[in-house]
Design a protein around this ligand. Structure first.
Ligand code: PMP
Length: 413
């Protein structure tokens, strides 16, 4: 059997079952939000006990907090191998980070139709000069053909940016981000990588993959909700007006004598887009998660997740009526996400059965990726199981055993 690789909070949580007894909660919904690592929770607890305002305070605790907040940027930069001059902007999450990227980007943006809505909808509005901009490329049956289609699209007309997911939140399939970056750069475009589903599972190197912008969320990286990151080239960020107007973003403000037209000088650097009192605990918790994952090491993480992945794939393949969702015929690398369909059972009914009869938490629905679910032939949704460092083989077995019971019961009744 496979034991969890790291301690997460809430691992011993018990949930009531329909039969009247209870079971340890088997959390197979890491792709939505991963439970905090115990090490991260401890850092947050310690920081809560000792924090004060950032940037504007002269007091000792303000200075300590400011230092921790700024150090968090450097920890994140090192974790994803960012360039020294990349801006590390703390945001509310991936959605917020991509909206910020859309705010600073001028020109056309090319996306695939397999994206999470967070990497589709922000690009649908015109850029700040008023030009309309999104060009959606349908993914092909293979990754190779999809790369060729993107290459052709970028060759057909200039684009400022290629915005792609690093790993599908529906199927877990990993895209070749280094090759995507080369294609974008060959045509004079930059690349933004939505790494929400990748950073907790694979070593990312912005430098060696050639990533211009990387975005991700803390709550999928074993840190609490409410914080995320946009890291990347500073020039577009410094050229755009602040994402939010307010204190912290402004270097000087003067209303003059006559009234309302404020003369404002905005900061350059990350502060420009971080108006208001920042989510210091969020930033510190992301940094703590980066440190904890680096300590565990991506070699160990990879081995652990590969073993669980094989067990889940084999378990699902052995159940009559269960079909795994796949975008590409030639994908070989997948993170710990399995989207699947159970013939004859609505996704919601499957998820409810797993919860109330087996204490297994999965997700059902369209996963904020409606165009993808449609092209996969499941416009009404599917079921998704996903796992990570706090998962053991027992959790996987409970899922596949319960699905076997559900499908067998349906056939014999
Ligand atoms: N992109 C992907 C690939 C995701 O899986 C998610 C979360 N499901 C998001 C973006 C949005 O992340 P958040 O909700 O943290 O903003």
């Amino acid at each position: 059997s496979i034991a969890p690789l790291a301690q997460v909070v809430g691992a011993d949580e018990c949930v009531p079952l329909r039969a009247g007894d209870s079971a340890r909660y088997a959390n197979l919904d890491y792709a939505a939000s991963a439970p905090a690592l115990t090490a991260v929770a401890q850092t947050v607890q310690a920081s809560l006990a000792q924090y004060a305002s950032v940037h504007r305070g002269a007091g000792h605790l303000s200075q300590v907090t400011t230092r921790r907040y700024e150090e968090a940027r450097e920890t994140v930069r090192a974790f994803v191998r960012g360039r020294v001059d990349d801006a590390v902007v703390f945001t509310r999450g991936t959605t917020d980070a991509i909206n910020l990227a859309a705010h600073v980007t001028c020109g056309d943006v090319v996306v695939l139709d397999i994206e999470h809505h967070a990497n589709l909808l922000p690009w649908c509005a015109p850029d700040r000069t008023g030009s309309s901009r999104v060009r959606v490329v349908p993914a092909c049956a293979t990754i190779e053909d999809t790369l060729a289609a993107l290459d052709a699209e970028l060759a057909s007309a200039p684009a400022a940016l290629l915005a792609v997911t690093a790993a599908s939140n529906v199927t877990g399939e990993v895209l070749p981000i280094g090759r995507l970056a080369s294609i974008a750069h060959r045509h004079g475009a930059r690349i933004l990588v939505d790494a929400a589903q990748l950073v907790a599972h694979r070593r990312v190197s912005m430098v060696s993959h050639g990533i211009d912008y990387l975005v991700f969320s803390g709550h999928k990286l074993y840190a609490p909700f409410g914080a995320g990151v946009l890291i990347g080239r500073a020039d577009w960020l410094d050229a755009a007006p602040p994402y939010l107007a307010g204190g912290g973003a402004s270097a000087s403000v003067d209303f003059g004598i006559t009234g309302a037209d404020a003369a404002v000088e905005w900061h350059r650097g990350p502060a420009r887009h971080e108006a208001g009192s920042p989510n210091v605990l969020g930033a510190i918790s992301i940094a703590a998660a980066c440190t904890a994952l680096a300590d565990i090491g991506f070699d160990s993480i990879g081995l652990h997740e590969e073993a669980l992945r094989a067990r889940l794939d084999d378990g699902l393949a052995a159940i009559d009526g269960v079909t795994a969702l796949r975008i590409f015929d030639d994908s070989t690398d997948r993170v710990g996400i399995a989207g699947f369909d159970v013939a004859g059972h609505a996704p919601r009914a499957v998820a409810e059965y797993l919860s109330s009869d087996a204490g297994v938490g999965v997700r059902d629905g369209k996963f904020c990726a409606h165009p993808l679910l449609k092209r996969l032939g499941h416009p009404d949704g599917a079921v998704r199981a996903s796992f990570g460092l706090g998962t053991g083989s027992d959790d996987i077995d409970r899922l596949t055993d319960a699905l076997t019971r559900l499908t067998t019961r349906a056939r014999t009744s």
